[in-house]
Write a protein that binds this ligand. Structure first.
Ligand SMILES: [Zn+2]
Length: 166
C-alpha cells in the first residue's frame, strides 16, 4: 500500500504525469494522499464484484481494493489504486481509465473493457467528443484529451482507446 501511495504521489509531481490543465484534480488528489483529508482504503473479498477496486457512487474519501488484486504484480496494484484515487476525486470511468492508461502505460494499466465503453457512450457529447469530468474522448479516432475549463479539448494523452466503428 505504501508503494502505491508513493507511486501515486510521484505521478502527481509534474502536472498529472506531465499533463497540464488538470491542476484542481491534481491538488485534490495530493490532499487525499497527504493525509490532510482522511483517505480510507478498505480491503475486501469482493465476492460479488467483477472489479478489482471501487469507490462509493458518491465519493467520500473511501475506496475498496479487492483481495484478489494483491495477487497481481505490484505495478498493477499501483495502477488500480491510482484509478480509484481519480474516482475519489470525482472522476468517472472515462477519467479513471484514461489517466490510468496515460500514467501506467509502461506497466500496470489495462485498457477499458466493453462495459467501460458502454459507460463512455452514455456521457454527454459535445462537438463530437464525449465528456468526462476531466477528460474528453473522440469516438472516431479513440484520442483522449484533457478537458479544458471551457469544455474544449486541451492537451492530448499519450494513449488512445478503441475508436467506435461506424
Ligand atoms: Zn473505475
Amino acid at each position: 500500500m505504501h508503494t502505491a501511495v508513493r507511486m501515486a504521489r510521484a505521478k502527481l509531481m509534474r502536472g498529472i504525469c506531465g499533463l497540464s490543465g488538470l491542476e484542481p484534480l491534481r491538488r485534490t488528489a495530493l490532499a487525499w494522499l497527504s493525509g490532510r483529508r482522511p483517505l480510507v482504503v478498505r480491503c475486501s473479498d469482493c465476492e460479488d464484484v467483477p472489479a478489482l477496486g471501487f469507490v462509493p457512487e458518491r465519493p467520500s474519501g473511501e475506496m475498496t481494493l479487492c483481495r484478489r488484486l494483491f495477487a497481481d504484480p505490484l505495478d498493477r496494484v499501483c495502477a488500480v489504486f491510482f484509478h480509484e484515487l481519480i474516482h475519489v476525486c470525482g472522476g468517472g470511468e472515462l477519467d479513471s481509465e484514461g489517466l490510468e492508461c496515460h500514467c501506467f502505460a509502461e506497466g500496470g494499466a489495462t485498457l477499458p473493457g466493453a462495459s467501460d465503453y458502454r459507460l463512455f457512450r452514455q456521457l454527454p457529447a459535445r462537438n463530437g467528443l464525449y465528456a468526462g469530468a476531466y477528460l474528453l474522448w473522440h469516438p472516431g479516432s479513440g484520442e483522449l484529451f484533457v478537458r479544458g475549463p471551457d469544455g474544449e479539448p486541451g492537451e492530448a494523452l499519450n494513449v488512445r482507446f478503441l475508436p467506435i466503428r461506424k
